[in-house]
Design a protein around this ligand. Structure first.
Ligand code: AMP
Ligand code: MG
Length: 361
């Protein structure tokens, strides 16, 4: 029997890391040259850090997949700096899509369109549609404008690790695998963009994010949520329309379990689980909130933010999962959040990070 083993080689290279100072024209020229010649530059956006390459260059897209270790059927989002670019990339732009562009761009909304031939299948993971977003982060905008390149950019993490919210997170995962990292400090939002599919008759949310269903319905009469992304369990029998949603993303190395229910019961249950696992000799972490942190008895304890400010929870989520990885936690227990507004996106990411381990009291 002949056995072929495929080894994906990523040549080690020197990664330039530099502050994304908007006044530093030489740096942005260098970053632009890298992109124009098919190289990879990680850059800050308002959601998470992106790993950018020329979206119209199939070789650059292949490099993105290989640097991240990402399955090649998981499409990339194309970042643009002006709305006119949409007509270069998309075959059809409906009036409703234009209303969304007007209302939410630049910002954390990705819109799916039918693609033009100019967009290679390497960038769209083989799909006939293309995902487009105009980011609001000034460094991202400058990079797109200066380079004149439509930038394909998935999150700048190794596939399967929590998305990066600082340049240090990008370095941890991709140093030696990409050409440059632009450090714009910690990002503002901290979870990925909302994705809405406008390539079919009914606008459908394929991934919840900072732009909520309610916000979208202020602009469009009706917005659906893809059944594969809502709810508390992994829906094995439903195919996710956003291919990325089927992968176990955002995963910390240890096992995360979410606990939901009445506040006092949740605290008591988490304390009990921590005690049990500690007795078994494991390293255990707890994710609480500003309101509850004092009630826990754990060696490794982090507040994910304030329940009064869901934005703070979104902003801290991935950083805390990475911290628990660095501390080599075996088990982590976390409070959960109401699936309302931004809470939908927060719970979607947390449930995926937990591999849908959820205890309901
Ligand atoms: P990331 O930027 O790493 O969050 O990955 C981008 C995600 O966008 C992918 O995982 C897909 O789920 C989604 N996406 C990109 N292009 C398309 C498309 N044409 N149709 C549906 N989903 C898409
Ligand atoms: Mg990602």
């Amino acid at each position: 029997m002949c056995l072929t083993i495929q080894v994906r080689l990523v040549i080690k290279m020197k990664t330039i890391v530099a502050k994304a100072d908007l006044e530093n024209e030489e740096l942005f020229r260098k970053a632009s040259d890298i992109l124009k010649s098919g190289g990879l530059v990680a850059f800050p956006t308002e959601t998470v850090y992106g790993l950018g390459g020329d979206a119209l260059n199939p070789k650059a897209s292949e490099k993105i997949y290989s640097a991240k270790g990402r399955p090649s059927d998981n499409p990339l989002i194309v970042h643009i700096a002006d709305t006119a670019s949409v007509w270069e990339l998309a075959a059809e732009v409906s009036t409703q899509a234009q209303m969304l562009m007007e209302a939410f761009w630049p910002g954390p909304l990705t819109i799916i369109f039918k693609k033009k031939d100019i967009v290679p299948h390497e960038t769209t993971g083989g799909l006939e549609t293309v995902a487009i977003r105009m980011p609001s982060h000034p460094a991202a905008m400058k990079l797109i404008k200066d380079s004149g390149v439509y930038i394909a950019a998935p999150s700048a993490n190794l596939s399967g690790r929590p998305s990066p919210t600082t340049a240090a997170h990008v370095e941890e995962d991709l140093s030696g695998r990409i050409d440059m990292i632009l450090d714009g400090g910690p990002v503002g939002i901290g979870i990925e963009s909302t994705i809405i599919d406008m390539s079919t008759d009914t606008p459908t949310i394929l991934r919840p994010g900072y732009i909520t269903k309610d916000m979208l319905e202020e602009v469009l009469p009706e917005v659906k949520i893809d059944p594969a992304v809502s709810g508390r369990t992994m829906k094995k029998d439903i195919v996710a329309k956003a291919p990325g949603m089927k992968y176990r993303h955002y995963a910390p190395k240890g096992q995360l379990t979410l606990v939901e229910g009445d506040k006092d019961k949740v605290i008591a249950k988490i304390n009990e689980l921590v005690r049990e696992k500690k007795e078994e000799g494991y390293k255990v972490g707890v994710i609480g909130t500003d309101e509850t942190l004092d009630a826990y008895h754990a060696d490794i304890l982090r507040s994910i933010g304030s329940r009064q400010k869901p934005e703070s929870v979104a902003a801290n989520l991935y950083r805390i999962l990475r911290e628990f990885d660095d501390l080599e936690c075996d088990y982590m227990y976390s409070e959960s959040f109401f699936e309302q507004g931004l809470g939908n996106a927060i719970m979607n990411r947390m449930l995926k990070a937990a591999g849908y381990h959820l205890i309901t009291l």
